[in-house]
Design a protein around this ligand. Structure first.
Ligand code: AGP
Length: 619
């Protein structure tokens, strides 16, 4: 939800801010703006719409200057127009501020500021910040921000500068991410690492309730009481090419195709000499033995990974597992305690509901473990232990490689816990490990079929579009699966609706007769996961029931399955043979590709679907 950046150094700020915003655009894209200090005056350009609109404006009206801040917005308070776009200024136009988050007490603050003579021009919550800083400013911006920030309630990451302190940018954070990037004679603020990767891999993470200031040659962090905090930089392993499209039309497609490599890297990193290693787990063997139940908590795609995790963890460890969406868990007064291991899955590590759920579980005494992709993110830092997925930056809003990486970690974690609790014999463990090690190759084999522009999934997407138009936009999608692949039905449906805006539902196929069968006529296309498994025959029966009612079926089947060809199925997508247990990591790939190609047929903005933001840092 919104991306912010700041630069001060010797170079022109404008191109650096624009490039950084481009890499943050996944966080919000309804308007964008920058403010740069030019010859002692703050110059602002902001535009409604995507970043390219602002870039066009800057080509027409560039701003020179070496200190500046920028923002891409996902609107919370006030419609996405130019006035509400950031940066926001104080009345005397001496202070410029960008903000990510929500100021929950902005109305009370605004009311008070108005009585004190301040005038507001936007509908945003953010505008109170420059006015508050103005109120407290006595020649030292850092001090004014510290005093202003201690009055703010809600979540925020802020960057600002004052025209009287030309080489200084001040940031503050509470529950929204903010990092410092350390360059040579230049320093940066940003919401996320990819924004600054082109300039530096040395990053300082700012914690909650901290104020930081940067100049071209220094950085300093203090807490709200003004006490100095010493923090060393961390060297980030990501490189800039990971944050580029590298010849792919969209980040989503690039990230789908990275999945073979991502799982290979995870397995190579975690499996050493036939045992599984989680150095960062921070759970002792005694802790693992004490666990009586496991709660998995997450949102969206990460929640679907958690659902698969339930099947895997329960079957290997014998520990009862339940899965909750974070937004429900946090308000439900869940029954967790000292004997609960609560696992929080989050690609970004910043999802507001998941963070709140984590705090609730900790408050109740549970042992907490995060599975995150983004290094040193809030959820990763606040959990007792963390396992990083190391999938590299995921830029497309629709999550793909983070999902398969989360699944891979969940399998490894389940095997690790099962082994430590003596639930899995060495022989069975080694057998599983052997199968698991083959997975990256199977994934690559699956993906290699779709490297060509013309492939059967792309073709089915084309046929769907033609059908959709013929049916006057009435066609929808239904995804059915059973057992361990059921969460993939939910994930396939989520992927499709996120990027193609076509209504799609995922269901356990056994529930068909309890409602969804009423939907079957010539309209919905029903994607049935019918790979070789213990539930194969049952899936074939479901397919027959759909066909008998005039439904259109796309089946995901196992290569070489001849009998499925006799089922009068409209379209078949094949995946290589794989054990049912590990199949979810492969089965999801054609579902991701189907969603991608359907959205591409409709010419939608695949990487930045409407109304969505990648990192949901507000409730
Ligand atoms: C996935 O395609 C979505 N964009 C969304 O559901 C996402 O998975 C969810 O918001 C959770 O994000 P997180 O993993 O960063 O916590």
């Amino acid at each position: 939800m919104c991306g912010i950046i700041g630069y001060t150094g010797k170079k022109q700020a404008e191109p650096i801010l624009l490039e950084g915003l481009k890499r943050l655009e996944y966080r919000g894209y309804d308007s964008a703006g920058i403010a740069i200090l030019k010859n002692g005056t703050i110059e602002v350009r902001k535009k409604q719409g995507k970043l390219h609109v602002l870039a066009d404006e800057l080509r027409r009206l560039p701003i020179e200057g070496i200190t500046g801040i920028g923002h891409v917005r996902w609107a919370t308070h006030g419609i996405p127009n130019e006035i509400n776009a950031h940066p926001h200024l104080d009345e005397k136009k001496k202070i410029a501020v960008v903000h990510n988050g929500i100021i929950e007490n902005y109305q009370a603050l605004k009311k008070k500021l108005i009585t004190e003579g301040h005038r507001f021009i936007s509908d945003t919550d953010t505008e109170v910040i420059p006015h508050l800083i103005e109120k407290f400013y006595k020649g030292n911006l850092t001090d004014a921000v510290r005093r202003a920030a201690s009055l703010l309630k809600g979540s925020y990451a802020i960057c600002c500068f004052h025209k009287n302190e030309p080489h200084k940018i001040v940031g503050a954070r509470c529950d929204s991410p903010l990092i410092i990037g350390l360059g040579k004679n230049e320093n940066f603020f940003a919401s996320d690492i990819p924004a600054i990767l082109n300039y530096t891999q040395n990053v300082v993470f700012i914690d909650n309730a901290e104020i930081a200031e940067i100049t071209p040659k220094s950085y300093r962090i203090i807490n709200y009481k003004g006490k100095k905090i010493l923090r060393k930089p961390t060297r980030i392993k990501w490189n800039i090419s990971q944050a580029e499209k590298e010849g792919f039309k969209h980040f989503m497609l690039k990230e789908i195709f990275e999945q073979g490599k991502v799982t290979k890297n995870i397995l190579e990193e975690r499996i050493k000499k036939n045992s599984i290693h989680f150095e960062e787990l921070a759970l002792k063997n005694t802790d693992l033995k004490r666990i009586k139940n496991i709660a998995i908590v997450a949102c969206g795609t990460a929640f679907h990974a958690g659902l698969t995790g339930q099947y895997v963890l329960e079957s290997l460890t014998g520990i009862p597992v339940w899965v909750d969406t974070s937004s429900e868990f946090r308000y439900r007064n869940p029954i967790v305690g000292k004997e609960t291991l609560a696992i929080f899955i989050s690609q970004s590590g910043e999802t507001a509901d998941t963070l709140a759920a984590l705090r609730e579980a900790k408050r109740k005494g549970a042992k907490t473990l995060a599975i995150c992709n983004v290094l040193a993110s809030s959820i990763a830092r606040e959990s007792d232990g963390v396992v990083y997925t190391h999938a590299g930056p995921e830029i497309a809003v629709a999550s793909t490689k983070a999902y398969t990486a989360q699944l891979t970690i969940l399998y490894l974690l389940s095997m690790h816990i099962a082994r430590k609790r003596s639930k899995l014999s060495e022989k069975d463990f080694n057998k599983l490990l052997l199968q698991f090690k083959k997975l990256p190759h199977i994934l690559e084999k699956t993906l290699s079929k779709y490297r060509k522009e013309k492939n059967n999934i792309a073709n089915y997407a084309k046929l769907f579009r033609e059908y959709y138009l013929k049916m006057h936009h009435k066609s929808t999608f239904l995804y059915l699966a059973r057992n361990i692949n059921y969460p993939n039905a939910l994930e396939g449906a989520l992927k499709l609706k996120e990027i193609s805006y076509i209504s799609a539902e995922g269901y356990p196929a056994g529930e068909m007769k309890h409602g969804p069968i009423a939907l079957i006529d010539e309209n919905p296309w029903v994607v049935c996961i019918a790979t070789k498994s213990a539930v194969y025959d049952k899936m074939i029966s479901n397919i027959q029931e759909i066909k008998a009612r005039g439904g259109i079926v796309i089946a995901v089947a196992t290569e070489g399955d001849k009998s499925i060809r006799n089922q009068n199925i409209n379209y078949i997508i094949e995946i290589p043979e794989i054990s049912e247990f590990f199949s979810p990591i492969v089965v999801v790939v054609p579902l991701q590709l189907l969603a991608y190609y359907v959205a591409r047929e409709f010419n939608y903005d695949i990487d930045q679907p409407r109304n969505l933001a990648k990192s949901v840092t507000v409730e």
